[in-house]
Design a protein around this ligand. Structure first.
Ligand SMILES: Nc1nc2c(ncn2[C@@H]2O[C@H](COP(=O)(O)OP(=O)(O)OP(=O)(O)O)[C@@H](O)[C@H]2O)c(=O)[nH]1
Ligand SMILES: [Mg+2]
Length: 241
């Protein structure tokens, strides 16, 4: 169950962690998606900052899958009309949701089902979801794109584990898969545990699609990110070991 809220105000900041906690008690897999306020909102309104930080703090303590998307990172599209920018953001979230649902629902060659996903999440602390599509000829760029397009406010520090699902056509080779895995290990700080899923479609495809759940994120990383000045708009996510 995906729960979306813009943090900083009263309603969303209070409800997001509350609903996530309540849903954890059921069979559902709650996935909170938190939109962090624009920097100017944080800088000029300490109550909004406190609300956002408290909500993020609660989500981090709970662990599990959390998506934190900084509104500030929308500034990379600042010359586009505002409606279009929010549309882009909506499309991005839609793609993340579809990718995750696809990964666990559609059968594949090496399968990641809901039970596997839940088991993976239960012992990895805070995890986040990355997704990208790129031409099959450039596996490294695919991984780079997953990081840079994420609009994430996480700094992926010391990733303890990663679940990597790659989706390709009949022309998807073992060598290309190895290249994706190598890039993931390199860029995600050599995760100690890597779980792999693969789906091959019957027809050849120009595009590879990757979905990754990166776990073992350091708690407070979102808060640190909120305190830090915004990163360069188009560069890949910073990785510190
Ligand atoms: N990306 C995105 N962010 C939004 C959107 N609407 C609001 N936000 C962000 O969410 C923050 C919180 O929105 P509010 O309306 O203040 O919060 P609320 O949860 O409704 O709480 P109260 O109005 O205080 O009850 C805003 O400051 C924005 O940064 C939206 O449509 N898209
Ligand atoms: Mg409101």
């Amino acid at each position: 169950m995906f729960l979306l809220a813009g943090l900083g105000g009263g309603t969303g900041s209070a409800l997001l962690p509350f609903l996530a906690r309540e849903l954890r008690r059921t069979d559902a897999l709650p996935v909170p998606v938190a939109f962090l306020p624009f920097q100017v909102e944080l800088d000029t309104n300490s109550q909004r900052r406190t609300n956002a930080e408290e909500a993020i703090g609660e989500l981090e303590e709970m662990g599990g899958l959390v998506l934190a998307l900084a509104n500030e990172r929308l500034r990379r599209f600042e010359s586009l009309p505002m409606n279009r920018v929010f549309q882009l953001r909506n499309t991005y979230v839609h793609n993340l949701v579809t990718a995750l649902v696809d990964m666990v629902e559609a059968p594949s060659l090496m399968n990641v089902d809901l039970a596997t996903l839940k088991a993976h999440l239960s012992d990895t602390g805070v995890s986040t979801l990355l997704h990208a599509e790129h031409h099959i000829a450039e596996p490294d760029r695919l991984v780079q794109q997953a990081l840079s397009e994420s609009l994430l406010d996480f700094q992926i520090t010391d990733a303890g584990s990663a679940l990597l699902h790659v989706d390709g056509g009949s022309n998807f080779t073992l060598r290309t898969h190895d290249q994706v895995v190598r890039a993931v290990r390199h860029r995600f700080g050599e995760p100690k545990r890597l779980l792999l899923g693969i789906r091959i479609h019957p027809e050849p495809r120009e595009v590879l699609r990757m979905t990754a759940i990166v776990g073992g994120l350091k708690t407070r990383s979102i808060r640190q990110a909120m305190a830090a000045p915004p990163r360069a708009p188009t560069g890949p996510a910073q990785i510190r070991r």
